[in-house]
Ligand binder design. Structure first.
Ligand code: URP
Ligand code: ZN
Ligand code: ZN
Length: 475
């Protein structure tokens, strides 16, 4: 595959969408898919990509990433350059990242700052959720403006981390009531922050300072409680609600109950909850800082319940919560990373990498192991996030008129995951040493190659902001 021509033909592949599975060629022109058919004939000036033996998917959509996000003193170690390149290698062509409302500023300032970081740095397409940390009439007005005029229609609010980003129930309710009326959605981080804070302070005072106490002070029951409360607030506000990084069966049961009643409640889970469990917190080694994310890893029963819920659509999608901090202080110049909490687990920045491995580990551990179908895999990693967050059908499918964001995936090729061969700036992956079958080979973003047969051919700044519209069409 060489040169840059206006038209591209992907031929001989097996097309997989959330509902289809068939062999056909795809013709791309001016960034979009213009034709899908068998034995398409094209002239010599059309670039041809041979997809024989490949699965051809829509590019992954990851609606929960943190590139160059600041939490307290720590900044995630991937910025839009390194993190979106890693995304592309992992088969993801669109991310929804975060724009943090700082004290005293407006959601619109937060969007402008995030746009400044991503523009000319991202190599995949991107959008933002605003993290709303303060609500008043002016903020509500600016959120409304963001939905209507800035293409930003989702907002994350925290029920945890008191004193920094946590919102109280009244603030969450006010924001929900407004977005419910204006076509937006609140995404909730559901953990009972004030009780967790108490448990953390008690643990540290007792000298329990190693990373495993991170998990012991954030019990599943407090995710369950906050999830239930969040659903009730949304019900009262007559608004849809989305739960990020759902990890525990104690939370899942409330999602299932609400959905069974027809309440517009949605939730994601993440690969780390699907492939790791709380047996990881087995000793007091600081090495376990790699498993410090919020919520923490849960029981094996929770893990099994999450897989079942993905199958039954009680959970709608898999995102990464890619929020990487290095294990080694100073790695590639990154400071205030995990070792910040060497003597006190509560100071370990919360989060793990995942954007480069999502599609592969879910394919290998989900599809190949018989837990989900191939179509459901595409739905969970691309179509559902695109639909839920207002990107569909531009993103999330292979259809005439859709952006030509396309992954050629080699379904039988095995490889071993290692941080040493990845493209993120993070010095570890939870999946280190795992042998997986299925590999991202070639990735196109709006028709232009980012990855060609496993080699980077993309360009920093190739990604574009994607404006999203009102979300109400989804429920
Ligand atoms: O541990 C996590 N999840 N860190 C990222 C911030 C968040 O809450 O999503
Ligand atoms: Zn969160
Ligand atoms: Zn997150």
């Amino acid at each position: 595959m060489t040169g840059s021509t206006e038209r591209t033909l992907i031929h001989g592949g097996r097309i997989i969408t959330a509902v289809d599975d068939y062999r056909a060629d795809i013709l791309i022109e001016a960034e979009r898919i213009v034709c899908i058919g068998q034995m398409l004939q094209v002239g010599p000036d059309t670039r041809r990509i041979d997809a024989s033996g490949m699965l051809v998917f829509p590019g992954g959509v990851d609606c929960h990433t943190h590139m160059e996000n600041t939490f307290g003193q720590s900044v995630t170690c991937d910025n839009f350059v390194t993190g979106t390149r890693a995304a592309a290698f992992g088969g993801t062509t669109t991310i929804i990242d975060f724009a943090l409302q700082k004290p005293g500023d407006s959601p619109l300032d937060a969007i402008a700052r995030a746009q400044g970081k991503a523009a000319s740095a991202a190599s995949v397409d991107y959008s933002f959720h605003v993290i709303v940390t303060h609500v008043d009439e002016r903020v509500l007005e600016d959120m409304r403006y963001a939905i209507r005029h800035e293409g930003v229609s989702s907002f994350k609010m925290f029920m945890a981390y008191p004193g920094t980003v946590m919102s109280d129930d009244a603030a969450i309710f006010r924001a929900m009531r407004m977005v419910g009326q204006h076509g937006g959605m609140i995404a909730l981080h559901a953990e009972n922050g004030t009780v967790i804070d108490l448990l953390v302070r008690e643990a540290v005072a007792q000298g329990h300072t190693s990373p495993r106490y991170h998990a012991l002070t954030r019990p599943a029951i407090l995710e369950g409680e906050a999830t239930h409360r969040g659903i009730k607030l949304a019900e009262l506000a007559e608004a849809p609600v989305y739960f990020v990084h759902l990890s525990a069966k104690e939370a899942l049961k409330h999602i299932i109950e609400a959905r069974d009643l027809g309440i517009p409640v949605f939730a994601e889970t993440c690969p780390h909850y699907l492939f790791f469990d709380d047996s990881a917190y087995a000793n007091d080694s600081f090495e376990l800082a790699r498993y410090v994310m919020s919520p923490p890893l849960r029981s094996k029963e929770s893990q099994n319940a999450l897989w079942t819920a993905l199958k039954t659509d009680d959970l709608q999608l898999i995102s990464t919560d890619h929020c990487p901090y290095c294990l080694k202080e100073g790695y590639r110049g990154h400071v205030n990373q995990k070792p910040l909490g060497r003597d006190d687990f509560s100071k370990i920045p919360n989060g793990v990498p995942g954007i480069e491995t999502r599609m592969t580990v879910v394919y290998d551990g989900g599809v190949r192991s018989g837990r989900i179908s191939l179509n459901r895999f595409v739905e969970l990693t691309s179509t559902a996030p695109a639909k839920l967050f207002g990107l569909f059908p531009k993103k999330g499918t292979l259809a005439i008129g859709s952006d030509a964001d396309i992954v050629l995936f080699s379904p039988e090729e095995s490889h071993t995951i290692s941080a040493a061969t990845q493209h993120s700036d993070c010095d570890f992956t939870l999946f280190e040493g795992r042998q997986v079958t299925g590999r991202v080979k070639t990735v196109l973003l709006r028709g232009e190659p980012l990855i060609d047969d496993g080699r980077w051919v993309g360009r920093v700044g190739q990604g574009q902001f994607v404006a999203r519209g009102e979300l109400r069409a989804q429920w």
